[in-house]
Design a protein around this ligand. Structure first.
Ligand SMILES: Nc1nc2c(c(=O)[nH]1)N=C([C@H](O)[C@@H](O)CO)CN2
Length: 118
């Protein structure tokens, strides 16, 4: 299956298990791969027939800010479901990194894969 992807999307949002984290915004870095048949868009050079990575990038930041949670796992699950439903995405792989969370690690985070490719 073809893919449309977003790599290294940096957002600022409220996320974390500890009380102090609920009062600040922290940086998350998001990589998203979305299964899509890109041939239909390519045939007539039509944005409306593909996944608009610019619109989806904005949607990700809006969703994270409107749905504060404790865990990266919860954000990943809810965001994946939201994007799959809203954009009819059959398969996606979503990685969310929280680079400021562990001082002696370059980054930490979660990666999930949902749906199926055909
Ligand atoms: N697997 C996870 N471990 C931890 C998470 C998380 O979201 N998933 N979150 C925290 C805290 O919020 C941390 O980022 C603050 O230092 C700890 N472990």
């Amino acid at each position: 299956m073809d893919k449309v992807y977003i790599e290294g999307l940096t957002i600022q949002t409220t996320i974390g298990f500890y009380q102090w984290e609920k009062e600040i915004k922290q940086k998350l870095v998001i990589d998203l791969q979305m299964g899509w048949n890109t041939r239909d868009a390519a045939e007539n050079d039509e944005l409306a027939k593909t996944l608009d990575y610019a619109a989806i990038s904005e949607e990700i930041e809006t969703f994270a800010n409107n749905n504060p949670v404790d865990l990266l796992e919860t954000l990943a699950e809810r965001l994946a479901q939201h994007l799959m439903t809203s954009y009819h995405i059959p398969w996606l792989k979503l990685k969310i990194g929280k680079p400021g969370a562990v001082f002696n690690a370059a980054t930490v985070g979660v990666e999930i894969e949902r749906g199926s490719c055909s």
